[in-house]
Design a protein. Sequence first.
Length: 106
Amino acid sequence: MRVAPQSDVFHAIADPTRRRILELLRDGDRPVQDLVTRVDVTFGAVSQHLKTLRESGLVSCRKDGRRRIYRLQAEPLRQIHDWTAVYQKAWRRRFRKLRTHLEGDS
């Protein structure tokens, strides 16, 4: 499996339809036909979204007869987690200041 550059993963999750596909795959492997019915877009559109997700390393595909079964590969999402973790400290500090402010006014 190819490891995607960070920008590929950010691009892949930027689209709400692709995020919905990832949510569906979080519950288990699914055939493409099932994904099409659950995201309410055309087969061609789902196919393009799956291509983007495959290229970013977020999903894998296997054949089962004529069907293609997709599986979540969550490891690349660690890049998103690691990037946002940098900001968690700043947000915690801001929320503490807000809490102190609100509690001081009561």
